[in-house]
Design a protein around this ligand. Structure first.
Ligand SMILES: Nc1ncnc2c1ncn2[C@@H]1O[C@H](COP(=O)(O)OP(=O)(O)O)[C@@H](O)[C@H]1O
Ligand SMILES: [Mg+2]
Length: 278
């Protein structure tokens, strides 16, 4: 354990996990897993399909009861939280689940209002409408999108609507599970930009599950790698490139990684040219 973490509080490290074991019957997904997420960072979480990225997220937000171990969010023990204590933390995070999962029979505005009504049943409809409108605009959707049903939206718009709902309670901590999956590269890049912008302007901490290398290069401060039932490494991409674990080498040094690096370097060069001209 680093000194940082020993001295740090639940506010410096919004997520603190020690010795986490998750299993379904005999099938062990995580074993003795440790992870700390720093306040204000976008932490990318990667790993092969089925390595337990979504299960890890679910155990952090209390939807998956671990077999053993300690999960703290803002210093509150999630696995042993008192009912009211748990609610005190639950409204400090927002979640965009894998696949987006908007309620198809509700409009975008009504979707955004679901968590608001759950946590603040006393809010009147006018205020609910105003908050929903604000969240819709915050995620870059046009105002008209608020009254549309999910089936009337493009894939990218649905993701933004899901993000608007995740931001409904003004969370400090945001969980995004494969947010750019299924989007074309341009749509994905725009969603990434939005995530970075909102993280910086709203002061969020983001737990971002992705397999999108472009996302990792473009917006993640650090990356955590899930393999062998654990988080085998956490660091910046240059730090991870030094790691000789075979999965990390294949992932970050394979042909797709080289293409993502090239795109990233080209983008930086163009930015530089642009700012020199300006
Ligand atoms: N509710 C469940 N019951 C049994 N097995 C599950 C359940 N949820 C997930 N799993 C299994 O746990 C493993 C990790 O799943 P998941 O976290 O969804 O993987 P991914 O890294 O792709 O998000 C998979 O093998 C999956 O089949
Ligand atoms: Mg998953």
């Amino acid at each position: 354990m680093s000194e940082d973490i020993q001295n740090g509080s639940g506010e410096d490290f919004p997520i603190h996990i020690r010795g986490l074991t998750n299993a379904f019957g005999d099938f062990v997904v995580h074993e003795d897993l440790d992870l700390d997420v720093r306040r204000g960072e976008i932490l990318g979480v990667v790993g092969g399909s089925g390595t337990g990225k979504s299960v890890l997220m679910r155990s952090i937000i209390g939807l998956q009861m671990p077999r053993s171990g300690e999960v703290e969010v803002f210093g509150h023990n999630i696995t042993e939280a008192e009912p009211d204590e748990e609610i005190g933390v639950r409204n400090r995070w927002g979640v965009l689940f894998q696949g987006g999962a908007l309620f198809s029979t509700l409009t975008v505005a009504e979707n955004v209002q679901v968590p608001l009504k759950q946590f603040y049943p006393e809010l009147d409809q006018q205020l609910l409408d105003e908050i929903a409108r604000y969240k819709v605009l915050l995620t870059g959707l046009p105002e008209e999108a608020a009254s549309k049903y999910p089936s009337e939206l493009s894939g990218g718009m649905k993701k933004r609507a899901g993000l608007a709902r995740a931001l409904a309670l003004d969370p400090e901590l945001l969980f995004l599970d494969e947010p750019t999956a299924g989007l074309d590269p341009i749509g994905g890049a725009k969603f990434d930009e939005l995530t970075r912008e909102l993280t910086d302007t709203l002061g969020l901490t983001v737990f971002l599950i992705t397999h999108d290398l472009d996302t990792l290069y473009a917006i993640c401060d650090r990356v955590a790698v899930l393999a062998d039932k654990k988080v085998i490494a956490v660091g910046t991409i240059p730090e991870l490139l030094e790691n000789d674990h075979p999965w990390i080498q294949e992932y970050f040094n394979g042909p797709r990684a080289r293409a993502a690096t090239a795109t990233h370097e080209r983008g930086k060069a163009l930015d530089k040219q642009g700012s020199e001209k300006a």
